[in-house]
Design a protein around this ligand. Structure first.
Ligand code: AR6
Length: 168
C-alpha cells in the first residue's frame, strides 16, 4: 500500500524520484514554488521546458531534475480560483491524478507535491487539501507501484490540514 505523508519543507531539497511543480501554462517559470524549482535546478531545466510546448491546466509533463536532489520534475498547471463554480475542483484533482499516472508510467516510486494553486492562484487551502488527498488516494489505488507520496507543505497551517486528512 502506498504510504502518504505530510511534511513542512522546501520541496527543492527533497531527494525523491519526482517533485511536482505548480507551474503556469508556458512552463517557462514564475514565482512561488515554480521560481524556487527553476532557481535550484538551473538553466538546463528551463531549456528542456522550452521544448515542451506549454501545458494545459490539469495536465502534467515530466523533465529531468538537473541540479535538484530529485531526479525528475513533473510540471502541472493548477486552476486559478474563480469562486469554485468553474470546475476548479476537477482541474485540481486532474493535476494530482495525471502527475501520479505519469510517475507510475515511468517506473518512479516516490513523488512529492506542493499545495498546488493555493498561492498565486488563490485556491482556498482547506478545499485544496481535501481535493488533493482524495485525488491522490484514488490515483494510487490505480497505480500501486507508487510507494510513497509526500505532501510538501510550506506553512504550518497547510501541514495541520494535511495531517488531519491523512489520519482520517
Ligand atoms: N517548497 C514548497 N512549497 C512552496 C515553495 C517551496 N520552495 N515555495 C512556495 N511554496 P504558488 P500556484 C508553496 O504560488 O498557486 C507561479 O508564478 C506556496 O506557499 O507557488 O499554483 C507559477 O508560474 C503555496 O502553498 O503556486 C504560476 O504562474 C504553494 O507552494 C502560479 O505561480 C503554491 O503556491 C501558480 O500558482
Amino acid at each position: 500500500m502506498t504510504h502518504l505523508r505530510a511534511i513542512r519543507d522546501d520541496i527543492t531539497t527533497l531527494k525523491v524520484d519526482a517533485i511536482v511543480n505548480a507551474a503556469n501554462e508556458t512552463l517557462l517559470g514564475g514565482s512561488g514554488v515554480d521560481g524556487a524549482i527553476h532557481a535550484a535546478a538551473g538553466r538546463g531545466l528551463h531549456d528542456e521546458c522550452r521544448e515542451l510546448g506549454g501545458c494545459e491546466p490539469g495536465e502534467a509533463k515530466m523533465t529531468g531534475g538537473y541540479r535538484l536532489p530529485a531526479t525528475h520534475v513533473i510540471h502541472t498547471v493548477g486552476p486559478f480560483w474563480r469562486g469554485g463554480g468553474h470546475g476548479e475542483d476537477q482541474v485540481l484533482a486532474d493535476c494530482y491524478r495525471h502527475a501520479i499516472a505519469l510517475a507510475a508510467g515511468h517506473g518512479l516510486r516516490t513523488v512529492a507535491f506542493p499545495c498546488i494553486s493555493t498561492g498565486t492562484y488563490g485556491y482556498p487551502q482547506d478545499y485544496a487539501a481535501e481535493v488533493a488527498v482524495a485525488a491522490v488516494r484514488e490515483a494510487v489505488e490505480q497505480h500501486p507501484s507508487i510507494e510513497e507520496v509526500t505532501f510538501c507543505c510550506f506553512s504550518d497551517y497547510d501541514l495541520e490540514l494535511y495531517e488531519a486528512l491523512i489520519a482520517d
